[in-house]
Design a protein around this ligand. Structure first.
Ligand SMILES: Cc1ncc(COP(=O)(O)O)c(C=O)c1O
Length: 343
């Protein structure tokens, strides 16, 4: 989600540049081959893209070992979450999710006229899956499960997730939002698609915005049962996966090794930043994503402002905490220095 513009902040502070650690992007630029693929696709910008996104869906299907009819693509996975809400909910129906979680969820519920039912996170900043089960009503149509959770970074173990999914009635759609799956290192945390993708009421959301470095081109995908994916493909805004995005995604998918290398760098930095920041904020939860969560409560906004004064843009959630994206080692050092003076 948008935050402070780094160029504006740098100008204000008289710095050559500001550091943006606010939107969970990976800092290493587009993957090799992506800029060239974009340039080539841009040369045909006067043409509409392939509306069926056939080649790219085939490429995702190959990568995942599934049929392409189980896949729908969208203008970011956030758009797909919105489409899913639109096809499952009528005004007054309920969308259930943990809170705090991804800030788009309440907006998605509101735009479909559904009622948001928010179940508070546990004291350890995790989804409270037992309470979520208990909060299901006759009106619940969709449940968003975010693992790793944005913004707290916590992820759900296999046992817990299986128990939860078993507890959900068959006619309620469970959306596993795995935007940060590539950063998971805890072996207890399952790949939701591999573990539960076969279930009729489970849909998995993935994105190329994070580990795959395509945030600016807006491309995400979902995997569900063929009927669910086909329904979403019917309501997707026509041509919303642009030709440039399709070409970029095809190029990016050829770079799985480089993605793994970059994720390993991010993960090593995540561990380093977590250890260092816990010296100042001991209750930082263990993150399985490319960001860390500082549960600063009432001090969140002030901390965010103090970091900005030092040229580092983080993401405060007023009254709750601050999410800090893992950047390059230099960027993370700048953040840690800012945090040490801010706290
Ligand atoms: C949990 C989660 N899901 C989905 C998204 C959306 O990603 P995009 O729409 O860029 O694919 C984000 C982005 O921050 C996220 O944090």
């Amino acid at each position: 989600m948008p935050g402070r513009n780094p160029a504006d902040l740098a100008r204000e502070l008289g710095l050559p540049q500001a550091i943006k650690l606010a939107s969970n992007e990976v800092p290493y630029g587009p993957l090799p081959g992506v800029v060239e693929a974009v340039a080539e696709a841009a040369a045909s910008s006067h043409r509409y893209p392939d509306m069926g996104v056939v080649e790219l869906r085939e490429a995702f299907a190959d990568k995942l070992g599934i049929d392409a009819d189980r896949i729908a693509t969208g203008c970011g996975s956030v758009a797909l979450a919105e489409h899913l809400a639109r096809v499952t909910c009528l005004p007054g129906d309920e969308i259930l999710y943990s809170w705090r979680s991804f800030e788009a969820y309440p907006i998605i519920a509101a735009t479909t006229g559904a009622t948001s039912v928010r179940v508070p996170n546990t004291a350890g900043h995790e989804h409270d899956l037992r309470a979520m089960s208990a909060a299901i009503t006759d009106r619940t149509r969709m449940i968003l499960v975010c693992s790793p959770n944005n913004p707290t970074g916590t992820a759900i173990s296999g046992t817990e997730l299986s128990r939860f999914i078993d507890s959900v009635p068959d006619d309620v759609l469970i959306v596993l939002d795995e935007a940060y799956r590539e950063f998971v290192t805890d072996p207890a945390v399952p790949d939701g698609l591999a573990a539960h993708g076969h279930r009729p009421n489970v849909v998995v959301l993935r994105t190329l915005s994070k580990a795959w470095g395509l945030a600016g081109l807006r491309i995400g995908y979902l995997v569900g049962q063929p009927a669910v994916a086909a329904t979403v493909r019917k309501v997707v805004t026509p041509f919303s996966t642009s030709a440039v995005a399709q070409a970029a995604a095809l190029a990016a998918l050829k770079q799985a090794d480089e993605v793994a290398r970059r994720c390993a760098l991010v993960i090593a930095e995540r561990e380093r930043v977590t250890t260092a920041i816990r010296e100042l904020v001991p209750d930082v939860p263990t993150s399985q994503a490319n960001f860390v969560w500082l549960p600063l409560g009432a001090g969140a906004a002030e901390f965010g402002a103090a970091c900005e004064k030092r040229g580092v843009i983080v993401r405060p959630f007023q009254g709750d905490g601050v999410r800090v994206t893992i950047g390059t080692p230099e960027e993370n050092d700048a953040f840690l220095a800012a945090a040490a003076t801010a706290l």
